[in-house]
Design a protein around this ligand. Structure first.
Ligand code: KG4
Ligand code: ZN
Length: 411
């Protein structure tokens, strides 16, 4: 159990994908340091994350990154209450680097180790910054859209049904929340769609920031993309069948609502559009130009000069369709589940059109909505240390045999 003498300081370590990160956070609400070593340039050469390279880079960086996080926070290992690490989901080899180092540190310093789900971390990035701004906590149930390069999930965060609370040092009661996964992508993640579409249009990596910047130069209504109906998952079908049977096998209720996403269709539609509109030659020219000059930024005039109006319209229409789909599913789920607040987090939450449209729609409905700052939208360790705080208070520590859980789920 946490003692009377704790400092509230948790060292967070994150290595689930292509960022080696460490941070020191006090009481889940104040980041003293937040260090991220990005491998983006390394993977840009391949147009996506290469797992073996990612593990090797984590190994190279992790000691330095952790040391830097402690230095910037002006603390030593002995000042810490606990060490928190991402245990999944993510790339197995990448996760193992962080977990193994965190376990060794915890063992060596005699501090407890806390395992954190990366997806819960993304949600806590928002909560931590709200605490930093001394805002009143959002009310539950809360709907969280976690939307990144690897994930597109809708979670309903609720008070736990069974006891799981602990008394915080200030006397306030902190609960670890209970999550219900009420929607997810059935194929590609939204960020993956941004990355793949950018790649097939000959743009840079990662694709999200490129599309975000270039979309403002095109007409979002030029290409009318439609999202085909997503089939309910098997469990939902069974649930619907059970609900709809009145004892004689006669259906009496409509199927359960479905808040799943699908983004592989739109990627294929963009590809088909480029083929039917003879855009391949321009794409190849662009790809060669960007490969020859990887330092080109999407906002630079040189980059814009390589984009014709038809391509800019296609980019704007793609972004408009993806954001529209995320918006519709999220707000429909918020209404059905009676959400009292909305959190949008993960790399794609950095998207300017997404922020603009979600903010406007939430205001229209009188629903509070919160996003992380741009720095905390993408992967970082401050969110891991913040998510560990309620677990520390509940003395919810990791077992000695903690290992990577690449497919770890939330809810
Ligand atoms: O959360 P994150 O750093 O890593 C994962 O857990 O996946 O998210 C990275 C993803 C990439 O797919 C990237 O293209 C996307 O977030 N992204 C964006 C933007 N910035 C990053 N997508 C759309 N608009 C952006 N501004
Ligand atoms: Zn992430």
């Amino acid at each position: 159990m946490p003692t009377e003498h704790h400092t509230g300081l948790i060292l967070g370590i994150e290595s689930s994908c292509d960022e080696t990160a460490a941070a020191v956070v006090r009481a889940g609400g104040h980041a003293l340091s937040n260090v991220v070593a990005s491998q983006m340039e390394l993977h840009a050469n391949y147009g996506g994350v290469v797992p073996e390279l990612a593990s090797r880079e984590h190994l190279r960086n992790i000691v330095l990154v952790v040391r830097e996080a402690l230095t910037r926070a002006n603390v030593t290992f002995s000042d810490l209450d606990a060490i928190a690490v991402t245990s999944g989901p993510g790339l197995a080899g990448a996760l193992l680097v962080g977990i193994t180092y965190a376990k060794a540190l915890a063992f060596g310093s005699g501090k407890p180790l806390i395992a954190v789900n990366h997806l819960e971390g993304h949600i806590h990035a928002v909560l931590m910054e709200a605490r930093e701004r001394a805002e009143a906590p959002m009310e539950l149930p809360l709907l969280a859209l976690v939307v990144s390069g690897g994930h597109t999930h809708l979670y309903l965060a609720e008070h736990p049904k069974r006891q799981g609370s602990a008394v915080a040092p200030t006397g306030t009661v902190q609960n670890t929340w209970q999550y219900r996964n009420v929607g997810r992508t059935v194929d590609d993640a939204a960020g993956e769609a941004f990355d793949k579409v950018a790649k097939l249009l000959g743009l840079g990596y990662p694709g999200g920031p490129w599309i975000d910047t270039l979309a403002s130069h095109g007409n979002p209504r030029a290409v009318p993309f439609t999202f085909s109906q997503i089939k309910p998952r098997a469990s939902k079908l069974e649930h619907a069948a059970a609900q709809s049977s009145n004892g004689q096998g006669t259906p009496s209720l409509p199927p359960a609502p479905n808040y799943d996403f699908s983004f592989s269709g739109i990627k294929t539609a963009v590809l088909r559009y480029t083929q039917t509109h003879a855009m391949q030659a321009a794409i190849e020219t662009r790809r060669r130009a960007f490969t020859a000059n990887p330092a080109l930024k999407p906002s630079s005039p040189e980059a814009l000069a390589l984009l014709d109006p038809q391509t800019l319209d296609l980019i704007a229409s793609f972004q408009n369709a993806v954001v529209g789909n995320l918006l519709r599913q999220t707000f429909a789920a918020a209404e059905v589940f009676g959400a009292r607040g909305l959190v949008v987090s993960g790399g794609v939450a950095a998207n300017s059109e997404l922020r603009h449209r979600f903010t406007a729609e939430a205001a229209r409905r009188g629903l509070p909505v919160a996003f992380p700052s741009l720095a905390l939208s993408t992967d970082n360790a401050a969110m891991i240390a913040a998510a560990a705080w309620p677990r520390f208070l509940a003395a919810d520590f990791a077992p000695e045999d903690l290992t990577a859980a690449p497919q770890l789920r939330l809810g």
